[in-house]
Write a protein that binds this ligand. Structure first.
Ligand code: ZN
Length: 151
């Protein structure tokens, strides 16, 4: 990756970790799950409202490192309004991106998720970036509440 792009990506990650989007909780009828990454100590809780097979609203809270917080912030921005099927596809593509196995001809527009491409060079941080995605999947799959750990 070229150094300028890397700086830009780091800047974006720091920005999202300082001022996360959709941070907080959802009231009323929603599903949630807790995620824990014991390697780093990241904790995230995802609240999601699924209506008509799509993500109507989503929030997260928790405490974690810059990568886990930024990843959850960008995740909420990315999946809001998308169908559950699309969310699963994003998870798959994102997972391949951060583990360094991107599809050679990926057609899905990753948008801001692209900033995590550099994580593939730091295997210990992959779980920081994917924790919120595992937690979201658990929240969607569970009828009411669930929990997930990266171990
Ligand atoms: Zn972390």
């Amino acid at each position: 990756m070229n150094p300028d792009l890397r700086d830009l990506y780091q800047e974006l990650i720091l920005d999202h970790s300082r001022k996360p989007k959709n941070f907080g909780t959802l009231e009323g009828d929603c599903q949630h799950a807790d995620g824990f990454n014991p390697l780093c100590g990241d904790r995230v809780r995802i609240f999601v409202k699924v209506e008509g097979g799509a993500v109507a609203d989503i929030r997260f809270d928790g405490v974690g490192c810059a990568i886990s917080t930024a990843s959850a912030s960008i995740l909420t921005d990315t999946v809001k309004g998308r169908t559950v099927e699309e969310v699963k596809r994003y998870f798959d593509v994102f997972h391949r991106l951060v583990t360094g196995n991107p599809e050679p001809e990926e057609t899905l527009d990753l948008g801001k998720l692209e900033v995590f491409a550099g994580v593939s060079e730091f295997p210990a941080r992959v779980k920081c970036a994917t924790l919120c995605w595992h937690t979201l999947k658990e929240a969607i799959d569970s009828q009411n509440e669930g929990s997930v750990t990266t171990e």
